[in-house]
Design a protein around this ligand. Structure first.
Ligand code: CMC
Length: 370
């Protein structure tokens, strides 16, 4: 039996959701290039595309948007859980527990995608409640007349965002909707393959996404830029970090051996938008880290990934640093549930093997004789 650490290069299902060309740095959702979707589409349309496999007509999109908007409110119990924990707990733990409570509250025999829509609609309400509660501000109720991204920023800041800002969040969310068989999607499938429920799968996905090697890397990448402080310090910092055996956060990917197209799209947006002084300084540091990082690591196929620039984008939009992984989760719920739905159409219990390397035939010694 062959041992494949980290299940590297093992396919566990066929999919028609997402294709990644890691050599060329290309990403396709349902056959559409991420570059086209980021230029011409929007969050709700891409969510529909991922779940239903086709682009919606105008009527289908309008209907879908209003169904999503109707589901944004959270129960009093979840609102009170968020209030009690927001100031002290890790936001990913608050989100994980809130989704678990949604599962307790949902008594419908609804379809998997309908339940996933409810979760997707409610997560921004939870995230903005966490940030506002911590800042001792009143929590803002969702506004169903606004798009998903406009409403997200409205609930966060208490005022309607500019078109430019809501577009930037929309693009940032679109880029995170799916990414084939990553660690968190795999975690969702493991749970789903036992024929458990979708809430349990999503809780597993959030748990896997939390770690710094996966969705936690966006906060870590920004923390890195803040720690560097100025462009002059970049070279020394990167060299020190790598020579002491630490990883450059936001660099490297199991599949991409060239620049992650999502990093390119966010960087292009950030370079064009007019930035406040602090964001400009962090952006200049980031581009310098990118340049030096590629000079050192590029020959080994280690390039910036989505998390390298997404933290900067979320920071620019006014989200607290430790909330970044929750924003990632808010979009990835769509990919997680679409993969679960696809997998269950031809389910096979996920049960790999381990190669036993311990002893056999040991003699049991009673406790008083040890
Ligand atoms: N900085 C320095 N060296 C690196 C990095 C990095 N960011 N990433 C990989 N390497 C080196 C690693 O040290 C190892 O070297 P050696 O062969 O000499 O031991 C080699 O590259 C292979 O690393 P690996 O960990 O075996 O490869 P992997 O495919 O399992 O790693 C990864 C993928 C994302 C875990 C890794 O690149 C990493 O830790 N990156 C930093 C964290 C990060 O940015 N994560 C976000 C991932 S993308 C978005 C997401 O999924 O959330």
């Amino acid at each position: 039996m062959e041992l494949r650490k980290g299940l590297e290069d093992i396919a566990i299902k066929e999919t028609s959701i997402t294709f990644i060309d890691g050599e060329l740095g290309r990403l396709y959702y349902r056959g559409y290039s991420i570059f086209d979707l980021a230029s011409f589409s929007n969050f709700e349309e891409v969510a529909y595309l991922i779940w239903y496999g086709k682009l919606p007509t105008r009527h289908e999109l309008d209907d879908f948007k209003s169904r999503l908007a109707e589901e944004r409110s959270i129960s009093d119990e979840i609102a009170s859980l968020v209030k009690r924990t927001a100031k002290t707990a890790n936001p990913m733990d608050v989100l994980r527990t809130s989704v678990s409570m949604m599962g307790l509250e949902d008594k419908d025999d609804g379809e998997l995608i309908t339940k996933s829509m409810k979760i997707t609609a409610k997560i921004p309400t939870i995230i903005s409640s966490i940030q506002r509660t911590r800042a001792n501000l009143d929590v803002i109720e969702p506004d169903p007349s606004l798009s998903h991204s406009e409403n997200f920023l409205y609930m966060l800041h208490g005022s309607k965002p500019s078109r430019e800002r809501s577009r930037m969040l929309d693009v940032g969310l679109m880029l995170h909707i799916d990414h084939e068989m990553n660690a968190s999607t795999m975690a969702c499938l493991v749970v789903a393959s036992t024929l458990s429920d979708i809430y349990s799968s999503i809780v597993a996905g959030i748990s896997a996404l939390k770690g710094p090697l996966h969705g936690g890397a966006n906060s870590e990448a920004l923390r890195q830029f803040m720690e560097i402080g100025s462009q002059e310090n970049v070279e020394k910092y990167v060299l020190n970090r790598l020579s002491s055996g630490q990883r450059l956060m936001g660099f490297g990917h199991r599949i991409y051996k060239s620049l992650d197209p999502r990093a390119k799209i966010i960087k292009d947006y950030l370079s064009k938008v007019s930035k406040d002084e602090e964001t400009q300084r962090l952006f200049d540091i980031a581009t310098k880290v990118e340049e030096i990082g590629i000079r050192i690591l590029g020959k080994r196929g280690i390039y910036p990934n989505v998390d390298f620039y997404s933290g900067l984008l979320f920071h620019f939009l006014g989200f607290d640093l430790d909330l970044f992984p929750t924003i990632f989760a808010s979009a990835r719920v769509i990919g997680w549930s679409a993969h679960v739905d696809e997998y269950l159409k031809d389910n096979k219990l996920i049960r790999p093997k381990a190669i036993y390397v311990g002893d056999l035939g040991k003699k049991y010694v009673p406790i008083d004789e040890r």
